[in-house]
Design a protein around this ligand. Sequence first.
Ligand code: AP5
Length: 221
Amino acid sequence: MAEQNIVLLGAPGAGKGTQAKMLSDELGVPHISTGDILRDAVAEGTELGAEAKGYMDRGELVPDDLVIAIACERLAQPDCRPGFVLDGFPRTVPQAEALGEAMDDLDREDLIVINLVVPEDEIVRRLSGRRLCRKCEGIFHIDWEGVEDGGTCPKPDCDGELYQRSDDRPEAIRERLEVYRSQTEPLIDYYRGRGTLVDVSGEGNPEEIIGPVLDVVRNRG
Ligand code: AP5
């Protein structure tokens, strides 16, 4: 079977994490989120976490050399051999170039790049209402999943505490969108020019979006 080497592009809050979890469950390939890896490092108080925390809290990007090292090391693990879902990496042109080189070095097949397209007013609404579970790492929204600030996870078999990400405050959201426009949006042309990018609308229920996303993977992968 062809490798399923998937990259999810899209603005902060476009639903990359939500779709990546669903894709990973459906295809049986690992979900790799550089944001989750960095947040775990911050929570564990590692050297990487100490270096990354300030950038993340302000909504800025962590320096390329740090993130490239993390992502490339993870992609070389044996569980990534059948494929992977990359969420939040690459985010700059140097990161995309490093990913291309890593894929060549690892003798891997082509990337399938899916760009989730969501209007900006919807993005702001999604990010400001997002809550996460400390235990199962589920992603929820206060407006449409009936969860409350400071409440517990709504999943039947989980009682984890819900929390708001430090970069989901209004000033950090504004900075993240600005950083996205200046540093990450150019990747759309980068991958389109290589013929590997497909746009998918990120509007609608997550369950409605996963169908077109899977169609892209199955038609290209
Ligand atoms: P990261 O964790 O990657 O954050 P992000 O890209 O800003 O993306 P988000 O996680 O905020 O959004 P998402 O698209 O995954 O949406 P989600 O599914 O959660 O990065 C955080 C920080 O880490 C960066 O700012 C940077 O500092 C650093 N970093 C990470 N990677 C880096 C890199 N490569 N280089 C440098 N620095 C890096 O959904 C959002 C909300 O909407 C949720 O509440 C969800 O329930 C809801 N929702 C999802 N889908 C739908 C839908 N279809 N309809 C309605 N609501 C929905």
